[in-house]
Write a protein that binds this ligand. Structure first.
Ligand SMILES: [Zn+2]
Ligand SMILES: [Zn+2]
Length: 237
């Protein structure tokens, strides 16, 4: 595209802050206020939970996914952005967040050949009430930018459960045990699946979905989320 055409396209489709949606200059991706309060996951990174090693939240449970990657912590402008995205219907935010997820995934999984992207599903009635599944929107965008196939109907949630976020950590694993099923096992057999979600709290949901994918014949599962609830900072505590 020529410079002139690009200038004209910015007039028609102005560049917006990735987090709050205000118009920003064409060469930057977020406004100054959001940039200052967006907490990026800094290297060295733990591949088990996608957080910085000093904030690792892996615990001791058996893990069914090979690796996890996350661009941001669920704090400040990132948290506000995801809440607006989920409950305010700002589905265009999927593009910016999906782009960041794709970057995090291609950096962390450069030794894996990702075959297909899938998302953590919502219970059908809940998705109908909200109008969209935010994880599916992120999944589509991430897959598009990574140029891999995507099937948001690969996994299904067969019961509704309380939010993981609202439960104490000792109840989270039991809360989602057995609630997911692989709707299309023929699509995952022998494949490396990129599993996408919006927020990673303790990783139990990702792990339960990964378990079902592996049981259905997937060779490997790698997880990517937009943001992770920060683990305890081991340098500070
Ligand atoms: Zn902003
Ligand atoms: Zn970890």
């Amino acid at each position: 595209m020529s410079d002139v055409l690009r200038q004209i396209s910015y007039l028609i489709f102005p560049r917006r802050c990735l987090f709050c949606g205000t118009v920003v200059a064409p060469h930057i991706c977020s406004c100054e206020k959001c940039l200052l309060s967006a907490e990026r996951v800094a290297p060295p990174v733990c591949l088990g939970c996608g957080r910085s090693k000093d904030r690792c939240a892996c615990g001791r449970r058996k893990r069914f996914f090979t690796a996890a990657a996350v661009p941001f912590y669920y704090t400040g402008s990132v948290r506000e952005c995801i809440i607006r995205f989920k409950f305010g219907g700002k589905s265009e935010m999927a593009k910016g967040l999906g782009g960041e997820m794709a970057k995090a995934a291609s950096g962390a999984f450069d030794n894996l050949k990702l075959d297909i992207a899938a998302c953590v599903p919502m219970y059908k009635a809940k998705e109908k009430a909200r109008g969209f599944n935010q994880s599916a929107l992120l999944c589509r965008e991430t897959a598009k930018q990574l140029k891999i196939d995507c099937d948001c109907g690969l996994l299904k949630k067969i019961y509704e459960t309380p939010n993981q976020h609202d439960l104490p950590s000792n109840l989270r694993s039991g809360n989602i045990f057995g609630v997911f099923e692989v709707a299309k096992p023929e699509k995952v057999a022998g494949k490396t699946v990129l599993l996408c979600d919006d927020i990673s709290t303790s990783g139990e949901t990702l792990n339960e979905c990964a378990k079902m994918l592996i049981l259905s014949g997937a060779e490997k599962v790698a997880c990517v989320c937009a943001a992770a609830v920060p683990g305890r900072d081991k340098k500070r505590s």
